[in-house]
Write a protein that binds this ligand. Structure first.
Ligand code: ATP
Ligand code: MG
Length: 286
């Protein structure tokens, strides 16, 4: 094969370039009418600046106030994450914006949330937001997973374990967020943290969330050892049975490698490298 054919234009690898986002105007009239019945007149639509998985994500200024809307075309099972968000929402009202309504019609599944006024969290090494994340995770750790329909950590990750027996480590009944991207955490002007984007929520052992956070911290520039030091401030980190974090670091390294291969972009590549760095750190000292 011609070498040139293998060269990927870096422009096509930016998360923006692979974003699934569409313009508000793609929503059919039936969906807009159903949304309007909940919101009253819509005066302004401001597309979300961060994230890229939802087909529609925007802040709306409406007759009844400001809301945040997130919509997916209900095709090929793509919108099943909307069900996860809807199922989890009533259980996390202490740490996240409330779901106000859901519209499922004409091929679309749209969620309307209370709008959180705030900025996205900063995971930088000297950021004052890191203790807030620790406190937020501690609060989440107290919440049990709702209903049997929530995806399980075991289902998501057992395919990435070395040994069948390791899959048992992924069983648990805590509610997990798992997607600790800094843009999924909003810091309000009164310095509270709201966790959004529960699309990847799962049921599993409580130590999984701080473990997932390690990868996002390394991605944000922390050396693996320092990232672990932050994660270890979350009490549930120490609930991990012996060897579980070693196993899970390898699981995440394979998982993110897979995600990078199937969704190539600069962000997934950096996450792949961050997860590999954490696994290497753990296994170097094991
Ligand atoms: N209730 C809310 N109020 C204000 N802003 C919000 C709210 N929910 C989400 N956002 C902002 O919108 C962005 C996109 O939302 P979200 O992450 O839920 O969807 P997404 O783009 O589908 O996710 P991703 O691509 O990260 O998987 C978030 O990064 C956050 O900054
Ligand atoms: Mg997000």
């Amino acid at each position: 094969m011609d070498q040139a054919q293998n060269v990927v234009d870096p422009g096509t690898l930016s998360p923006r370039a692979v974003s699934l986002r569409q313009h508000w105007d793609v929503l059919p009239g039936t969906v807009l009418t159903a949304i309007g019945e909940r919101t009253g007149r819509i005066d302004r639509v401001v597309p979300a600046e961060t994230g890229y998985s939802s087909h529609i994500a925007a802040t709306l200024d409406t007759e009844r106030g400001r809301i945040f809307v997130k919509g997916m075309r209900d095709r090929d099972g793509l919108a099943r994450t909307q069900q996860t968000e809807a199922a989890v929402n009533p259980h996390v009202s202490s740490i996240g914006p409330r779901l106000l309504w859901r519209v499922v019609t004409d091929g679309w599944d749209v969620l309307g949330f209370a709008h959180t006024e705030g900025r996205t969290a900063d995971f930088g090494q000297s950021s004052g937001d890191l203790p807030l994340v620790v406190a937020t995770m501690a609060e989440l750790a107290r919440i049990s997973a709702p209903g049997p329909d929530l995806p399980s950590a075991e289902d998501r990750w057992s395919g990435y374990t070395d040994r069948q027996t390791d899959a048992a480590l992924l069983r648990g009944d805590s509610l997990l967020h798992t997607d600790w991207h800094h843009t999924n955490l909003l810091v309000t002007p009164d310095h509270r943290m709201h966790v959004v984007d529960w699309a990847m929520a799962a049921r599993g052992p409580v130590w999984i969330d701080p473990a997932c956070w390690v990868v996002w911290l390394v991605y944000s520039g922390h050396p693996a050892q320092e990232a672990e030091r932050w994660a270890a401030k979350v009490r549930s980190w120490s609930a991990a049975p012996d060897g579980a974090l070693d196993v899970f670091s390898s699981v995440l390294a394979r998982y993110w490698q897979d995600i990078g291969a199937n969704h190539p972009n600069t962000m997934t590549y950096r996450l792949r490298d961050a997860a590999a760095a954490w696994a290497a750190h753990r296994h170097a000292r094991a």
